[in-house]
Design a protein around this ligand. Structure first.
Ligand SMILES: [Zn+2]
Length: 439
């Protein structure tokens, strides 16, 4: 029925060209009105500052010349003559011996602190963690590093006055909290692209090679598994990437975050409830619908990427086609297929667009089959009074336009050998029933 978006049809184009969407999973209502889509979507460029090449590795706290500006490292991936290798729990004195391709470090400003887990769940750091904290701080450089980090954390919570008066032994007693946290950051090596001259030539997910992106994804998946193992009260580990300040990032340096929480969260709860009633909802309501509306952007044997329907922001979605639900249960080939599509979407989006990359997967303790999928949102508009008052979101780019734009970009990137995707757009099969999660 024209004019209504409360019916079952998730995507309708009206005679004047207005596109009305309803999310099949959340019921979010989105309208795209013709004539507004041409508005600029990249954030306005900041002033271009020339960067001294000697400063490339010290532009922010995540940079490779500033390893002591993050809390004690959990692990790092280095490239050796024999291939990639993971080093765990390096002492402070050894941080500069290698250049990390990827680092796993605790977030200094956690959403949920160790104290949250201690006070609400009776969590106690393991003897191994206590030993690690003691060993790290036995060395003068490690001790200074830990005291500096704890001091910065105290300052951020307004407790620096109290902190400064405490004896060192008492301050060091808090060191274990820097090792026992379950809000981690995966940091990529580069701040700027290789050979950059200006401060805005940022190295985003799409600037990586497909191989580098795969390592970034694999390293993050391993970190997820480690976080579940380390925090017994975690019911879910949220994984996301905020790119650029307009998307909530503190630094314009590529990183992902992993945050353990003690519930599934309303979004996952809603998806699980929907799955309980309709186990194949992702296949029918999302992927089959996308195929019927020609919204498939790219696919391969192991994953499929589509322009999403019913998101407040223009959004792309990548679905794993694996029978496995948990990211770490995917085979290397499945991870590669998933990574290639996600990487290609980032590359086609471009590093100038602020984005949120949000991971969704079945919580390990949930029974309902759910496919691993990632939503990549373009943070190109700000919700305003109209949205707040009506719960109708106005989005400047409809899924058809988004799909066409991505496919054109991907064709150009593929011709340059920058992305590993085939087929794209009209080359895709548009088959129904492409997901195997509910088999
Ligand atoms: Zn940096």
């Amino acid at each position: 029925m024209i004019g209504h978006t409360s019916g079952s049809e998730p995507l309708v184009r009206l005679p004047d060209g207005t596109v009305k969407q309803v999310s099949p999973l959340t019921g979010t209502v989105v309208w795209t009105v013709p004539g507004r889509g041409g508005r600029p979507h990249a954030v306005p460029r900041r002033d271009r500052l020339e960067v001294d090449p000697a400063e490339h590795d010290r532009l922010c706290a995540f940079c490779s010349a500033r390893y002591l500006d993050t809390p004690p490292e959990k692990s790092r991936l280095v490239l050796t003559e024999d291939g990639p290798s993971t080093l765990e729990h390096l002492p402070a004195t050894r941080l500069d011996e290698t250049v990390a391709e990827l680092r796993l470090v605790p977030n200094l400003y956690e959403i949920l602190s160790v104290e949250y887990w201690r006070a609400n769940h009776g969590y106690q750091p393991s003897p191994e963690l206590l030993t690690r904290a003691t060993a790290y701080t036995a060395d003068p450089l490690g001790r200074a590093h830990v005291l500096d980090m704890l001091g910065r954390r105290a300052a951020a919570t307004g407790l620096s006055g109290v902190w400064a008066t405490e004896p060192e032994a008492e301050r060091l007693a808090q060191a274990v909290d820097l090792f026992a946290g379950s809000h981690d950051v995966v940091v990529a090596r580069r701040h700027l692209v290789d050979g950059a001259r200006f401060s805005d030539q940022l190295a985003g997910s799409g600037s990586l090679t497909p191989e580098e992106h795969l390592r970034y994804l694999q390293f993050t998946v391993e970190a997820m598994r480690a976080q579940y193992a380390a925090q017994p009260y975690a019911r879910y580990v949220a994984v996301f990437q905020n790119w650029l300040r307009a998307a909530g990032a503190s630094f314009d340096h590529l990183h992902k975050q992993l945050v353990a929480i003690d519930e599934f969260g309303p979004q996952t709860e809603r998806e699980l409830a929907r799955l309980a009633a309709e186990p194949d909802v992702y296949t029918t309501a999302i992927l089959d619908h996308a195929a019927a509306h020609r919204l498939v952007v790219a696919e391969n044997e192991h994953a499929i990427a589509v322009a999403g329907v019913g998101h407040r922001y223009p959004a792309l979605e990548v679905y794993s086609r694996s029978r496995h639900h948990l990211p770490w249960d995917h085979t290397p080939a499945e991870l590669r297929g998933f990574s290639d599509l996600l990487h290609a979407l980032h590359a086609a989006t471009g590093a100038d667009v602020p984005t949120n990359e949000e991971w969704h997967y079945r919580p390990p303790s949930a029974a309902q089959p759910m496919p691993w999928h990632v939503v990549l949102k373009w943070r190109v508009s700000t919700l305003a009074g109209f949205e707040g008052g009506t719960k109708i979101n106005v989005n400047t780019i409809d899924p058809y336009t988004l799909r066409d734009r991505m496919v054109a970009e991907l064709a150009a990137l593929r011709a340059d050998g920058r992305v590993a995707v085939h087929p794209i757009g009209d080359e895709c099969s548009h088959d129904l029933g492409v997901l195997r999660y509910a088999d």
